[in-house]
Design a protein around this ligand. Sequence first.
Ligand code: GLC
Length: 421
Amino acid sequence: MKQQTIDQAKAVMIKNDRGSYTVPTQGLYPFQWNWDSALSALGFAHFDEARAWTELETLFAHQWTDGMVPHIIFHEMDDGYFPGPEVWATNQTVPTSGITQPPVAGFAALRIFERAKDRKLATDKAHALLPRIHAWHKWFFANRDPQRTGLVAIIHPWESGRDNSVDWDKAFERVPTEGVSPFKRRDTNHANPDHRPTDEQYKRYIWLVQRFRTLGWDNTKLHDASPFQMVDPGFNAILIRACVDLAKLADELGEEEIAAQSRSMASKGIAALESLWSEEHCQYLCFDRAVGALVDSPSIGGILTAFAPIPDSRAQSLVQRIDTISENCSYLVPSHPPQEPQFEPLRYWRGPVWLIVNYMIADGLLIAGETDMAARIKQDCLKLINKSGFAEYYGPMNGEPCGGGSFTWTAAMVIEILEAS
Ligand code: GLC
């Protein structure tokens, strides 16, 4: 059974493999996505180490000169996706989008390095990637934390990877819809429109793209010019964890300066994360930097913080929080709690379960010694796979498969969970 599931997961990854990068799924997402690739590399590492390194290398081959790693790389033209390269107009040799995504690559690189059987290959590849990943981390603190608070902001909901989370609703109302050039969505041709973001949200997504484009994608200007500046605890937790992990990798490779700088960014971030803790919700919350207030939306972003080395007492509280949420759903961990009025069980990031987020939460809880909850979350992932296959995401009440099918990172997470157990 276990081997059969691993074989099926491999087949999904191989189907979506384009040689030097993978697409998240055919049709709906026909290009390379940033955090999809980094997490998918973990899956490849179990059956083809060289291919795992290639996935990361390809991603970083398209890093911008300022250090940013874009959220989409448009390797081959495909008009099945909107917004395509002509809308972004970022003027890169191989077209890319102009925003970024959660920086999981530092975490993935260390994990693949630590487990590698081919030590020479791993050392060579990690050596080449190390300064690039570090440049990306430094880019975040230089461009997305201009006041040097220790935490970075995202300036577009797509950067969070949790595109239409309830967390953004209120702040998103400040993003205008006037002046958006007419467009035709393509995502709803591939997936059920009731499971996707609304047209209103799409207009605002595109308004921000147009705004940044008129500023020539100059990252020294975009943060302050954006009406949307959101400090997402989950995103920051990923960045902090990636800095901690990159420091370990740098230690292994004898790169003392990178190790020291990475540790310093991480410890400042961990201390600053405390300002996002909510006693009332027993979890972390987003901070809307444009208005200077916490966002009263207890979504999974504040639970994903378990991925970072937060204090043990916080990890214990998060376990209690997940336990409370579990009283109202069948599968952990819903992206928005069923107890909340905005919860929508099948709409993208407003309720459904995503295996990648589950994997990161479980990983952090395991390190914090919260083994029971970590095991429970992983079990739910496997139950979902057995019931509904390798979907993009799943309904937390009945395990229904949603969004795209044959999804690369879902398959990669299953290989990770099964091979490591
Ligand atoms: C959606 C998800 C995002 C992911 C992308 C490709 O936009 O919200 O997290 O990276 O699809 O799978």
